[in-house]
Design a protein around this ligand. Structure first.
Ligand SMILES: [Zn+2]
Length: 317
């Protein structure tokens, strides 16, 4: 297994008290320094190319993100999504990691790859940055796989607590891609109802606030995994967000650490059945309790409420 990461991903700094902080990635990288992970191959993430980005984003949108990168200070793209001087490079490396990891698994250099990157990507639509996301890294990987490699079916699996509205938006009319998601509902961004099917390639399993292991495992084992089995993906991409954990401050699902072990095993078995074991996983959300204690002291300045994750979190407490 390989890990793709880049120091640039630590330089995206949305500002003091923003939950999507460099500390999140530092915690992941520190954990990967443990002795049991010494065998992992670590590779530097390349930058995504314009060609890769424009397979899933409008060219004008890509231009806008490049033009929005501030030389100093911050540029706010929406109530939650902020660019610092290091953000463009970080987002390019995050999307580039997913593309490079996809090349690696589809060239049989490795079977599994994890992209330890930020900012996250699954809320970014074709033409809108939102929910902390600039470029939709997993979407870039899926489109890259279909354009460059000899495969016809890619599945994107998303267990982040938030619905990946951007990924759904990009692929809802592209039946070469199946998007399967479990997420809390209601919650930001407000999409992800079970009735949203796309062209038959979108499967959403919304979970009520307070739902935990039983509901999560039932959603996957009884609904989402059987749909994925019928689709027979030749490559599995994972939007790996960990904010459905009971200790996460931004939402109200109650997953335990074991549930992530369980879903990972299920996805490995799925990939073994259909995709020669090929999985590329990319970090999405996951906001630790240490950040929560800082967020707790932050006043809610934006009364715009519903669309803002940070504000939603503040209101809940
Ligand atoms: Zn999330």
């Amino acid at each position: 297994m390989r890990v793709y990461t880049d120091p640039a991903c630590l330089e995206h700094d949305p500002g003091m008290d923003h939950p999507e902080s460099p500390a999140r990635l530092r915690a992941v990288l520190d954990a990967l320094d443990a002795p049991q992970f010494t065998a992992l191959q670590r590779l530097e993430a390349p930058r995504a190319t314009r060609e890769q980005l424009e397979r899933v984003h409008d060219a004008a949108y890509v231009d806008r993100i490049f033009a929005s990168a501030p030389g100093e200070g911050h540029a706010r793209l929406d109530p939650d999504t902020v660019m610092s001087p290091g953000s463009l490079e970080a987002a390019l490396r995050a999307a580039g990691a997913a593309g490079a990891a996809t090349d690696a698994v589809l060239s049989n250099e490795t079977r599994r790859a994890f992209c330890a990157v930020r900012p996250p990507g699954h809320h970014a639509t074709r033409d809108q940055a939102m929910g902390f996301c600039l470029f939709n890294s997993v979407a870039v990987a899926a489109a890259h796989a279909l354009a460059v490699h000899d495969i016809k079916r890619v599945a994107i699996v998303d267990f982040d607590v938030h619905h990946g509205n951007g990924t759904q938006d990009i692929f809802q009319h592209d039946v070469r891609v199946m998007y399967a998601s479990s997420h809390q509902m209601p919650l930001y961004p407000g999409t992800g109802a079970a009735s949203e099917h796309g062209d038959g390639n979108i499967v959403n399993a919304p979970l009520a606030p307070g739902a935990g292991s039983i509901e999560f495992r039932a959603a996957w084992s009884k609904f989402l995994l059987p749909e994925l089995d019928m689709f027979r993906p030749q490559l599995l991409l994972v939007s790996a967000g960990f904010d459905a954990h009971a200790r996460d401050p931004l939402a109200d699902l109650k997953l335990a650490t074991d549930d992530y072990t369980w879903i990972t095993q299920c996805l490995c078995e799925l990939a073994d059945r259909h995709a020669d074991g090929r999985i590329v996983s990319s970090l999405e959300g996951g906001y630790g309790p240490r950040r929560a204690s800082r967020m707790h002291r932050r006043p809610c300045r934006d009364p715009g409420g519903f669309r803002s994750r940070a504000v939603t979190w503040c209101r809940a407490r």
